[in-house]
Design a protein around this ligand. Sequence first.
Ligand code: NAP
Ligand code: GLV
Ligand code: GLV
Length: 445
Amino acid sequence: MAGIIFFKTADLKTIGDFYEHYLGMKLWLDQGKCRIYEHGNLRLGFCAANQADTNGTITFYYSQMQDVDAAYDRFGDIATDSPKLNPHFRIYHFWAKDPEGRNLEFQHFLAPDYDLTQTAKPLTILNADSAKPKLLLTMLLPDQAMQSLEQTFEVKANTQDRQLMKSELLAGIKDAQALLCLLGDTIDAEVMDAAPKLKVISNYAVGYNNIDLEAAKARGIAVCNTPGVLTESTADLTWALIMATARRVVEADDFTREGLFTGWKPQLFLGQDLHDHTLGILGMGRIGQAVARRATGFGMKILYSSRAPKDLPFEAEHVDLKRLLTESDILSLHLPLTPQTQHLIGRDELSLMKANAILINTARGAIVDETELIRHLKEGRIFAAGFDVYEQEPLIPQELLELENVVLLPHIGSASIETRNRMGLMASENAKAILEGYSAPSRVV
Ligand code: NAP
Ligand code: GLV
Ligand code: GLV
């Protein structure tokens, strides 16, 4: 059996020229209104239509890594980035767009025994200065934060736009006195043991579930984080998810762009109201409070669960988890990930939620049992979900990606320029304070 993947095109001639003459695919069949192009065993069909469909990705596979570079030499002018190793998926690839905006990917799958460390030499000393303490930085930060770091430390940094692999981290940390790391870097006893001079692990995040605190304590290594400076930005983003899921903003935007808006209709994209409804906050800490405070402007009733009632500057009722689940229209999670909170929202909890309820998670993915959540969303037992974080980040189950009643963001809660700079300044100050022996702005252990 041979297969053909068909797309609709609004401009058969331009698309035909592009695939045939620019990309060099062979015209396999010309049916007048449809043309089919061939490249290796890939067949792509394009049919004339009013609207182009541009979803998905057309991937051109090369058996040699250098062929990807050669493709980049030829097709660089339609590329949207340059060839990169992606150690997570073990591929070498770059992205491009066709004239109608379809995503093209030029890719090579790395062999199972391919040693990524040989090719990707990501660590560079940015400001050689032996008078300064040595800091390992696992990814470049925004400018102001970089300046502050380089003033205080000799910075060895990962200059690639990807997370360090464990082997690279182990090699890079050897002579470091300070580590400035990301929430996606797992900092365990093995990493600490590879760094005999390490005095401080400064996490560029408020959450620190990526760090083995007991191992750090046992080795006399301080652990610091960046609370407070990101509270308001994360609360803003939480509201972006609340609005987007309740009023189906992303779905409706897709629909409009696809040219499907043919006039006002009484039942087009009906969603949920926020005003006069109930917001439930699980974990009424800094971010939980900032999210709740914003709800007062929407005239929402606020319920919350926390280990103890709080003295709050706005009206909110402290309730147990069961009441929170059964009465909230929007349930927003703001707990840290700990052994106690892992899968706190599982099958039993989800089944208590209202059919019109929306679950928002900007805390940590593993607080929710993702498999159960997908089941509830599929069966329409809750209305929608909005996520900034995932159980096995950055992996997202295909089933979740395919659901329409979810809005999925790539962990961007604190991602404003000002906040990311403030976090960097705080993380830099934390590391400096520990090494110089004064009290750090935020020390966890
Ligand atoms: P926080 O001020 O420490 O608030 C956490 C709250 O959770 C506290 O009020 C705490 O209660 C409560 N809590 C802890 N364990 C609990 C449990 N078992 N049951 C009920 N409540 C519990 O922290 P934050 O600054 O608001 O940050 C919260 C989390 O958000 C972080 O840990 C991080 O994982 C996540 N975060 C995500 C993003 C993003 O980009 N999406 C950005 C920033 C933060 P007590 O008051 O009783 O201690
Ligand atoms: C982000 O997720 C953080 O914990 O700062
Ligand atoms: C909608 O635009 C209305 O006028 O009700």
